[in-house]
Design a protein. Sequence first.
Length: 303
Amino acid sequence: MSLPHLLLVLIINMVWGLNFVAIAVAVEHFPPILANCLRFSVVLLLLAPFLKRVEGQMNILLSIAFIMGIVHFGTVFLAMAVAEDMAPIAIAAQTNVPFATLLAVIFLGERIGIWRTMGISLSFVGVVIIGFEPGGFSQIDAIALVLFSALSYAVVAILMRRIRGARPMNVQAFIALAAVPGSILLSAGIETGQLEALTQAPTIAWIAIIYSGIGASIIGHGGMYVLFQRYPVTTVAPFMLLAPVFAVIAAILFLDESLTPYDIIGGTITLLGVLIITLRTRNRQPIIVTEDPLGTKQEDTAS
């Protein structure tokens, strides 16, 4: 990878890592589903010109948009709203890769060898260590939510293997189109205090929303699309493991969090498992860049 592109991938990971902080700030001042709606309102406003039909692909494209925009990201914002510490959530979010691998085996008939089997096992063992550390049960609900969000993302990764002719910004625009009205309805049904939050939220909360929409969704994914056009998936994908590292650093610097030995050991084991799966990827599919749990991932490195 050339030096300019190496710097680009580092910047993208920093942007995605800081997105964890942005979401944490946003859900402090907005109900989480409303925050999801506001974030994707920014995305929809900027990507509206990319809302173009993809002939013969609209059913699957709309399914992807619904799962990503409402189920996946809605769960992410809910997880961040109930989380006591951000770092374990950022690490657990990486389980989308082993989840996608398992779904590919179940639904696509793909075969995995001993290395990827070991990678899957390590990924989940690491999350178990984080989630079940002594006194850590108060974090279980947040980890369960982020695991569900990772699973929903894995479903989208499988669906994306079937879509043709949709460019990354086209997909992002439809995700935003589904997320905005869907989140409005969901928020109206299960949340309260939306009007008060909208009128009383401080400037920092709106900055966090705008950053999440522009930084994570548009700048991050636009940059990743450039990289995936020029390099093999197995060259670019390992760098994506830097995003949770930057997220953990950001949590320590900006949210005054501290890491426990269980966080360090479990996080290292999880990321090692994800790295093994990524490096052992053989079937290099075309990449449609979308966002991982918290705004951090490529389309599918688990084939």
